[in-house]
Ligand binder design. Structure first.
Ligand code: XMP
Length: 318
């Protein structure tokens, strides 16, 4: 893509002019935007880019290994994987309120990231994967003073950290970020990802987050993703995922009664997440997902399908 090639070289020049010999810190999440921003910056400034991936234990199954596999070679010794699972899960213990979960995760993220940033001496810049719609959104939110779901991605970082921002994707829309990412040879498994909320599986593990519920959710969610990919639907659907409910229901296995968790399957189509329609998944696919979860995931004995549109329902359950 010619336009993207020239965008890349222009942006590399601009970043070099802004940063000089300075050091840039990046919070790598494994999502599309932060990944593309990081690889672009690496092209521009190489070893002066430092990437920190915070493992809070609320990512999808195998996420940390995936990040290591995909980015380990590119960033080498400058990729830091911080195991903060105990800190996050400790602070979330006993918490059931959705907004409280979001706030705890947001604050803890800043705390962990900040602590790490201080150990890496002499950092002057912070990389942000802000894209154009984020810019518009934050302007209009400031204007209207409307409370929103506390989207925390990394938006809260700069104010506290007093670093100058580097925002190489600021003028791009999501589809352009994807074109740019492909041009930078980032694998499709990263580029084609469905949106994933900053607070991760915390808001899909309804009620209190326990190790047991989180394990069941991760395994069930992984089956959903595998089967949606296998059916060739992953890139066609806006979001498809599992949720675990804080209730147990009765079932039967062999000649014994079971009393286990319910998994909700959610799949929606949308253009901007403001409205969304539930997807009419084929019955066969629903059947496969259901029997795989019930047979393979210890602790789940029932699967239900969410057939609600947004509005009045939201995409997430918390
Ligand atoms: P709702 O549930 O409001 O979600 O219909 C709309 C879109 O936003 C995502 N979402 C979040 N993303 N932090 C995020 O970064 C959050 O706290 C959060 N809550 C919801 C959701 O996955 C959907 O794409």
């Amino acid at each position: 893509d010619w336009t993207m090639k020239s965008y890349i070289s222009e942006e590399i020049k601009r970043v070099r002019a802004q940063v000089g010999k300075g050091k840039v810190l990046c919070a790598l999440s494994g999502g599309v935007d932060s990944s593309v921003a990081a690889v672009l910056l690496h092209r521009a400034i190489g070893k002066n880019l430092f990437c920190v991936y915070v493992d809070h234990g609320l990512q999808k199954l195998g996420e940390t290994e995936r990040v290591r596999k995909v980015f380990g070679k590119t960033f080498g010794k400058n990729l830091f994987i911080v195991d903060a699972k105990k800190v996050f899960l400790g602070k979330l213990k006993g918490v059931t309120d959705p907004e409280t979960k979001r706030k705890i995760i947001g604050h803890t993220f800043i705390e962990v990231f900040d602590k790490y940033a201080k150990q890496l001496k002499g950092i002057n810049f912070l990389l942000q994967g802000t894209i154009y719609p984020d810019v518009i959104e934050s302007v209009s939110i400031k204007g209207s003073k409307q409370p929103i779901k506390s989207h925390h991605n990394v938006g809260g970082l700069p104010a506290k950290m007093k670093m100058q921002l580097v925002e190489p994707l600021k003028f791009l829309f999501k589809d352009e970020v994807r074109v740019l990412g492909r041009e930078l040879k980032i694998p499709n498994e990263i580029i084609d990802r469905q949106p994933f909320p900053g607070p991760g599986l915390a808001i899909r593990c309804l009620g209190e987050i326990t190790d047991e519920k989180l394990r069941i959710l991760k395994e069930a969610d992984d089956i959903v993703t595998q089967e949606i990919i296998k059916a060739g639907l992953y890139e066609k659907i806006w979001q498809s995922f599992a949720i675990i409910l804080p209730v147990k229901t009765v079932g039967v296995m062999g000649d014994a009664r079971t009393y286990e968790h319910v998994i909700v399957l959610r799949a929606v189509n949308s253009v901007d997440a403001m409205t969304a329609d539930w997807v009419k998944l084929p019955y066969d696919l629903l059947g496969t997902i259901s029997s795989r979860i019930i047979n393979e995931v210890k602790g789940a004995n029932r699967v239900v399908y969410d057939i609600s549109n947004k509005p009045p329902a939201t995409i997430e359950w918390e």
